[in-house]
Design a binder for this molecule. Sequence first.
Ligand SMILES: [Zn+2]
Length: 190
Amino acid sequence: MQRREDLPLDLRRRFLSGRAALDLTHTGGEGQYAVWEIIHGPEDLSQWLGVILEVDGIRASPQDLPPLRGLRAAITRAARGAAVGRALPAGDVATINAAAAAPPLVPVLRPKLPPAYAEPTAAAALSTLARDAIDLFSSPLADRIRVCAAPDCGLLLVDTSRPGRRRWCSMQRCGNLAKVRHYRHQGNDQ
Ligand SMILES: [Zn+2]
């Protein structure tokens, strides 16, 4: 069982966006996002969907990879567009809606045990993530999707803070680096 909090900081910060759907976009992608790719096969898919959704034992097969890439690219474009005030692309909306139409993960109540999911599959997990994307893009939080302010970062985040001043994917990483830079800069001026 792997959890966000057990990951080294540089990986963990990919999964701190505040929304599962955005965390998914940090697992890799097309073009400039290919350098982030960590899902190379079904085992990776099972592992990283498990970290994002906190679900153990997700069954994944090679057939799940194309739908993953399609949904991930759609959410990535939609979210990065939203971060700069752009309307959601119609093709991406259709991709997200199609993924959400599949049966999602089914929670199971287990008295005196943490909740679990009945026979979790990657296909169901992708539906659950598409539904999270629909919920996010339909809510006022869609206007709070941002790109981390650190110039060398590029991760997305949802600012759920009341004042709306969250700027960093991770205070520990990008927030601190900015503080250090600011400090050095001040030092140079003296
Ligand atoms: Zn960052």
